[in-house]
Design a protein around this ligand. Structure first.
Ligand SMILES: [Zn+2]
Length: 184
């Protein structure tokens, strides 16, 4: 009987240790190390870096030395794709201006291509989420290109404090705050 209990306790102990190990490796010791791949910075455990380095499949629409654009696996509408920089940048603050400009330039070409392609498209949204509060889910910055059509059911939800009309004074004050921050 005692022996049985001992085995139980031992098993339990090892189970807890292995749970902790899984937990710890996911949350405490998550590798955020950057590796080099053909001169580009790659982050371990980043699904987009894995696509760039061919470790994960993707339906590629466009690729050059700086960016890659590929189809979203759960699209809002057919033709929904995302464009990412080939160098890992988790958010906008890590993106240099030249890369940002290049991303937008390529996005314009893709927008025109979608419009010409025959894919259902009565409008297009370009959107980019920076930060968890802005609904960013994958922390390798990405620009969505989403073909839209009337009745597609997609929309942005508004809260009760959105679209209040601040006074001109208040707008001027906020403008000055941002202006000062720009000049710093
Ligand atoms: Zn990445």
């Amino acid at each position: 009987m005692e022996n049985k209990n001992f085995t139980k306790v031992t098993l339990m102990f090892f189970r807890i240790i292995s749970w902790f190990d899984v937990f710890a490796s996911r949350y405490f010791f998550k590798t955020t190390q950057l590796n080099e791949n053909e001169g580009m910075l790659m982050e371990q455990d980043c699904v987009f870096c894995d696509i760039i380095s061919d470790k994960k499949p993707a339906s590629i629409v466009y690729s050059d030395e700086k960016v890659i654009a590929f189809m979203v696996i759960r699209p809002i509408n057919p033709g929904h794709l995302i464009m990412i920089p080939k160098t890992h940048a988790s958010g906008l603050s890590e993106l240099d201006e030249e890369m940002g400009a290049h991303m937008f330039k390529v996005a314009l070409r893709i927008v025109n291509a979608i419009k010409k392609s025959g894919i259902e498209c009565e409008g297009i949204n370009l959107f980019l989420s920076d930060g968890e509060a802005a609904a960013q889910e994958i922390f390798h910055i990405h620009l969505h290109v989403v073909p839209r059509f009337f009745g597609d059911g997609f929309g942005v939800k508004y809260g009760p404090n959105n679209f209040l009309e601040p006074s001109r004074e208040e707008l001027d004050k906020i403008a000055a705050t941002i202006r000062n921050s720009l000049e710093e």
